[in-house]
Design a protein around this ligand. Structure first.
Ligand SMILES: C[S@@+](CC[C@H](N)C(=O)[O-])C[C@H]1O[C@@H](n2cnc3c(N)ncnc32)[C@H](O)[C@@H]1O
Length: 410
């Protein structure tokens, strides 16, 4: 090919790329306008915090960077609420959040300044503008973003984890997954259909919610999907209007299978490690039948395929994936190693709850900070819970916990 032909080819390629870039820019504008208008409550999610990711990675056999001076980047950080507890706990760490919505970033930065937090900064920008020279980070976190952005932004997220992660760094991306979201897709399609001509956000939400009535009370007995749809609607009805608007009525909501996510990671020279809550990857968590059948069908299969099978058994609709650089593949264990729990520090706070009618003889009930109940008649569990609760908020190492639990009174 001569130079002219080369130039022509390049020009054609550039022209072909332009509409995609325009689309992304347009989509980014729509997304930032939506979040500027309807501000996202910027919460902290403990399972995304660097300390939690480091502990989870340890169970999967991976070393990571100590927290005290870690460099942390959050993509789509909204008002920085997820970064604030970490930045306060580790004043020598360097923490940066980026988000498209200038309004959310400004609000978050105001809170940070008012608290006098010096090691946390928020930046209003599109993550697609992040390049390798933006810096290296030991933890890159993106919670609740991947499924809600156009494909080019998803690509950019993978690229950033590849290019901006330090050698021992941990990436975290959460996303909606199939098969659990199949029913959710139908509910979302129906809600979008009924609300498509609404002129205001309020009307859109009202129309969308009207559709929920058809899919619950109005669903035909003969509809083969009725149980799944009813369950999806019942789940949705527990949430606020604000959640419904963001989770179901956003411009983009693209769930994917774990296998698709892992393969996209691989294309970016990253490797999928496992969920940031490793207990969800253990088939025993879902009972003996699941454990037995899963072990039969998954026998000898690669790690990620075993997990995809488990997602089918469980009907998983959300994943919180840890990613590392591709050159660490050999270091990852086939599954979380529970022996390694003994290397971690332990902290928990429970109060003993009054016995209810459902409680059988000899059972003790504890309630945690999320109002979740723990029923047990196992003396060892009771001792551990009591030892941890009386030490709270101090954490204990495994040996101290073993000693403390023998002193705990039952
Ligand atoms: C569903 S919210 C999640 C916010 C927060 N991570 C959480 O879980 O609470 C998605 C966030 O991603 C941001 N976002 C979407 N596209 C983005 C982009 N291209 N660059 C940076 N942030 C983006 C939105 O502005 C919004 O704050």
């Amino acid at each position: 090919m001569n130079t002219d032909q080369n130039n022509e080819t390049r020009q054609r390629q550039a022209e072909a790329a332009t509409p995609i870039l325009d689309d992304t820019a347009g989509a980014n504008e729509d997304i930032s306008a939506a979040y500027d208008k309807q501000i996202y409550t910027s919460n902290a999610f403990p399972f995304t915090s660097p300390g939690h990711l480091r502990a989870a990675a340890h169970l999967y056999g991976l070393n990571s960077v100590p927290l005290a001076q870690a460099r942390v980047l959050e993509l789509g950080c909204a008002g920085g609420g997820n970064l604030l507890p970490f930045a306060l706990a580790y004043p020598q760490a360097q923490v940066l959040g980026v988000d498209l919505s200038a309004v959310q970033v400004a609000q978050g930065q105001q809170v940070i300044d008012a608290l006098g937090v010096k090691n946390l900064r928020l930046q209003a920008m599109s993550l697609t503008d992040i390049t390798p020279d933006f810096g290296q980070f030991d933890y890159i976190i993106a919670h609740g973003v991947f499924s809600w952005v156009p494909p080019e932004v998803r690509e950019a997220m993978m690229r950033i984890v590849r290019d901006n992660l330090s050698p021992l760094g941990l990436g975290y991306i959460s996303y909606n997954t199939y098969p659990g979201w199949k029913a959710g897709d139908i509910v979302r399609d129906a809600m979008l259909l009924h609300s498509h001509s609404a002129q205001t956000d309020e009307d859109k939400l009202a129309s969308a919610k009207a559709m929920l009535r058809l899919l619950s009370g109005g669903i035909a007995q003969t509809n083969p999907l009725a149980p799944s749809l009813r369950a999806a609607v019942a789940q949705l009805e527990k949430h606020s209007d604000y959640y419904i608007a963001h989770e179901y009525l956003e411009l983009f909501n693209n769930p994917c299978y774990l296998l698709e996510f892992a393969s996209m990671a691989e294309q970016h020279d990253l490797v999928h490690v496992g969920d940031s809550e490793p207990n969800i990857e253990l088939s025993v968590t879902y009972g003996q039948n699941v454990q037995l059948n899963h072990s039969l069908v998954a026998l000898g299969q690669p790690r990620v395929l075993r997990q995809q099978y488990l997602d089918f058994a469980v009907g998983r609709n959300f994943r919180k994936s840890l990613l590392v650089r591709g050159d660490r593949t050999e270091q990852i264990l086939i599954g979380p190693d529970l022996e390694r729990l003994a290397d971690l520090r332990w902290a928990a706070y429970f109060i003993e709850a009054p016995l209810d009618e459902a409680t059988s003889e000899g059972m003790t009930v504890f309630r945690n900070h999320q109002n979740k109940l723990l029923y047990t008649r196992d003396t060892l569990v009771i001792q551990v819970v009591k030892a941890l609760s009386s030490a709270w908020p101090v954490s204990l190492n495994f040996d101290t916990l073993l000693t403390a639990r023998t002193n705990a009174t039952i």
